[in-house]
Design a protein around this ligand. Structure first.
Ligand code: ADP
Length: 256
């Protein structure tokens, strides 16, 4: 990894501009595509700046082994993985402790949104692959996963939307990139179901005063509302695309 001389690193310059040209309250450029894979039941690709997360969904399908099935609801499985080429130095392909931890955190952030009780004895699998990592991979993963779930037609209370806010010196900042995540003072990833206002993930790495915490949380929620609109637009585009395909006769019942 390239060595960074921390003493010379300026995360916010005297004009209030961050390392990638943003102001404190600006999101990274966001790009969302839903339904990009034919063979998964649901899929989505979310790019937040240079961070790229691909999510796929399979299920609900019968749970195997059967003794692990829950008679009252579906079980959600989430796997978060980073591609070997997603970081500067090749990442070992074996799942790391961090990947296992993030898989759990992401599962818990998605679970409250899904109507799991509609599908007893089944399993819903969410697989997330980070294609490129530049900070905020867990939030990009959650944004992509909730869209892939919607694309798979899984009933939900609402989409789950996530972004991190943080602290650089005495300034709160939105949607941290990798350098800000590593050399900033605090990172606060937040996930929420904007349709109900439920917060489903709230973590903090670093330190903040309670006043700053409140400002950072407010900033993250403002960011979430912007991302949520973009997620809804991407889903609408997907459904219009499907409607056109159906009307164009691209889908037909098989005789087999
Ligand atoms: P998040 O990606 O959700 O911010 P972390 O705070 O754990 O999660 O990671 C911050 C950033 O550190 C990642 O987005 C990525 O850019 C970088 N990173 C994580 N794991 C590795 C790794 N194994 N090698 C190099 N960089 C990594």
């Amino acid at each position: 990894m390239k060595e960074i001389d921390e003493s010379k690193l300026i995360l916010i310059d005297s004009n209030g501009i961050r390392t990638d040209g943003r102001r404190w309250n600006e999101l990274r450029p966001l790009r969302i595509r839903v339904g990009i894979l034919d063979r998964a039941e649901g899929s989505a690709l979310v790019e937040m700046g240079k961070t790229k997360a691909l999510a796929t969904v399979y299920g609900p399908k019968e749970m195997f082994p059967k003794h692990m099935a829950n008679p009252d609801r579906a079980i959600l499985r989430a796997a978060y993985r980073m591609a070997t080429f997603s970081v500067e130095e090749r990442k070992k392909p074996q799942p790391s402790r961090r990947e296992l931890e993030l898989s759990k955190v992401i599962k818990e952030a998605l679970e409250p949104a899904i109507m799991l009780h509609y599908y007893p004895r089944t399993v819903i699998e969410v697989y997330i692959l980070i294609l490129q990592a530049d900070g905020g991979t867990r939030t990009a993963a959650i944004n992509a996963a909730s869209l892939a779930l919607a694309d798979a037609g899984i009933p939900m209370k609402g989409l789950v939307t996530a972004v991190a806010a943080g602290r650089v010196g005495d300034q709160v900042v939105l949607d941290l990139n990798d350098v800000e995540d590593k050399y900033g003072d605090a990172d606060l990833p937040v996930a929420m179901i904007p349709a109900t206002g439920e917060i489903t993930l709230l973590q903090m790495d670093g330190t903040m005063s309670s006043d700053m915490f409140e400002r950072a949380l407010k900033l993250a929620i403002e960011g979430i509302n912007i991302i949520y609109e973009r997620q809804r637009d991407a889903l609408k585009r997907r459904f219009l695309e499907l409607k056109e395909k159906i009307l164009g006769g691209e889908f037909y019942a098989s005789r087999d």
